[in-house]
Design a protein around this ligand. Structure first.
Ligand SMILES: Cc1ncc(COP(=O)(O)O)c(C=O)c1O
Length: 393
C-alpha cells in the first residue's frame, strides 16, 4: 500500500454532498450507489486539510485577496506539470470554471453570436451558451474503433462569420480524450484561419494516464496564446470543488482587461477564503498525493475494463486517456437514453450521468465516476451485472 489510503470508505451522506445527498432530488431515489457528478470519494491531500484547519482556527473569515504566492503557485504548477511558461500577470481569479465560461461569453460575444462545442460534452457548455442567448453550434465528435476523435472538416464548415468562439474541453469530458499535439496543431490552424477565440476548459488536465500527455492549447503557438482563455483549477485534481476556486489564464492584455471588467462587475473576482489557501497548499505540496491518486485511478480503470470483459460482455468501457469520468457503452442494450437511465436507477441501483445529457451523440452511453474506493466501484459494477443478467428483464 502507498502512503495514502484510497481504499478507505468515508461516509459522505449528511455532508451536503451533491453526489450522495442529492440523489433523491436528481434521480428520484436516495438509495443508490452514486457514480455521477465529477468529484471523488477520497479525502483531499493532508496538506489541504491542514491549511484549512489552521486558517479556520483564526476565526475571522472576511473578504479575501489572493497574495502573490497564490499566483506563483499556479505559475509553478502549470510549468512543472504541463511545461507551459505563464506569467503571474496573466492569471485572473474566478470562482469556478463554469462561471469563467459564462464570463467569457459576456466579455467577448454578443447575443446571437455562434459558439462551437464538440458533443458529447460536459452539459453546462450547452446551458451556458443558451442561457446567455448565444447560438449553439455543434461539431460532434466521431466515435470510431472505440475512441472519439474530432471532425475537423465538419468544424471548418460550421464556422460561419457569426461564429466567434469555440468551447474546447481538454482533456475531454466525458470521452476521456487527451488531445494530442497533432490534433491541437490542426485545431490551432483552423482557429487562426477563422479568427476564432477559444475558451479552453482544461479543468481535467492533471488527470492524465500513462501514455498520454496534456498539452495546453495556448502553448502550441504565440497566435494560439493570444486567442485563448485557459480555465484551470485544483478542484478535480485535489477534490476541492466545494471550495469554488479556479483561474483563467489570459496572455493577451486586452482580452484580459475585457474579461476582468466582467468579473469585476459581477463581483466574483474576490475569491473564496478557504479555496485560496487550498489552491496554494495543493499546488505547492500535493504532487506526491496526486501521483499516487493517478495510480489508484488507473487501477480502477483496469478493474472496470476487466470486470466488464469477464462479467458483462456487451457493455464496454470507452477507455479514457484522462479524467475519472469515462463513458460506458451500453448501446448493445438498444435502449433510449431515458430507458437506460431508468434501468440503471431502478434495476442496477446505480446513479450515473446519462450519456444523452451530453448531447445526442451520447445516447446509449452512460458516464461512470471511477474516483471511488474499489469496493464501491465493484458494488456499482455488480449492480449493473445483476440487472443485465436478470432473466425478468
Ligand atoms: C469539463 C468541466 N468543466 C467544468 C467543470 C466544473 O467546474 P467548476 O465547478 O469549477 O465550475 C466540470 C465538472 O465536472 C467539468 O467536467
Amino acid at each position: 500500500m502507498g502512503k495514502f489510503d484510497f481504499d478507505r470508505i468515508i461516509d459522505r451522506k449528511g455532508t451536503s454532498s451533491e453526489k450522495w445527498d442529492g440523489l433523491e432530488k436528481k434521480f428520484g431515489k436516495a438509495n443508490l450507489i452514486s457514480m455521477w457528478v465529477a468529484d471523488m470519494d477520497f479525502e483531499a491531500p493532508p496538506c489541504v486539510k491542514q491549511v484549512i484547519r489552521e486558517r479556520s482556527e483564526h476565526g475571522i473569515f472576511g473578504y479575501t485577496d489572493q497574495p502573490d504566492s497564490f499566483y506563483n503557485a499556479v505559475v509553478e504548477w502549470v510549468n512543472k506539470r504541463h511545461g507551459w511558461n505563464i506569467k503571474a500577470d496573466w492569471i485572473c481569479n474566478t470562482p469556478g470554471v463554469v462561471p469563467a465560461l459564462s464570463a467569457s461569453l459576456m466579455a467577448f460575444t454578443q447575443p446571437g453570436d455562434g459558439v462551437v462545442i464538440q458533443p458529447p460534452v460536459y452539459y453546462p457548455f450547452f446551458s451556458v451558451i443558451q442561457g446567455r442567448g448565444r447560438k449553439l453550434v455543434e461539431n460532434p465528435l466521431i466515435f470510431e474503433n472505440g475512441k472519439f476523435r474530432m471532425d475537423f472538416e465538419d468544424l471548418e464548415a460550421r464556422i460561419t462569420p457569426e461564429v466567434k468562439v469555440l468551447f474546447l474541453c481538454s482533456p475531454h469530458n466525458p470521452t476521456g480524450r487527451v488531445w494530442t499535439r497533432k490534433e491541437l496543431d490542426r485545431l490551432a490552424r483552423i482557429c487562426r484561419e477563422k479568427d476564432l477565440l477559444v475558451v479552453s476548459d482544461e479543468i481535467h488536465s492533471d488527470i492524465v494516464y500513462k501514455g498520454s500527455v496534456h498539452t495546453p492549447l495556448a502553448s502550441v503557438s504565440a497566435d494560439m496564446a493570444s486567442r485563448t482563455i485557459t480555465c484551470i483549477s485544483p478542484s478535480k485534481t485535489f477534490n476541492i470543488a466545494g471550495l469554488s476556486t479556479s483561474v483563467a489564464v489570459i496572455p493577451d492584455e486586452r482580452k484580459r482587461s475585457y474579461f476582468e471588467r466582467v468579473t469585476e462587475f459581477l463581483h466574483i473576482e474576490g475569491g473564496n477564503l478557504f479555496g485560496t489557501f487550498a489552491l496554494e497548499a495543493a499546488y505547492n505540496e500535493g504532487e506526491e498525493w496526486l501521483e499516487e491518486l493517478l495510480e489508484y485511478l488507473e487501477d480502477n480503470i483496469d478493474y472496470t475494463e476487466d470486470f466488464l470483459a469477464e462479467n458483462i460482455p456487451g457493455v464496454s468501457l470507452v477507455r479514457p486517456e484522462g479524467t475519472y469520468v469515462p463513458l460506458l457503452d451500453f448501446r448493445s442494450l438498444e435502449m433510449s437514453g431515458e430507458e437506460l437511465q431508468q434501468f440503471l436507477i431502478h434495476r442496477a441501483g446505480v446513479a450515473m450521468d446519462g450519456g444523452h445529457w451530453f448531447g445526442r451523440t451520447g445516447e446509449g452511453f452512460a458516464r461512470i465516476n471511477i474516483a471511488t474506493p474499489r469496493s464501491i466501484l465493484r458494488k456499482g459494477l455488480e449492480g449493473i451485472e445483476k440487472a443485465i443478467k436478470d432473466p425478468a428483464r
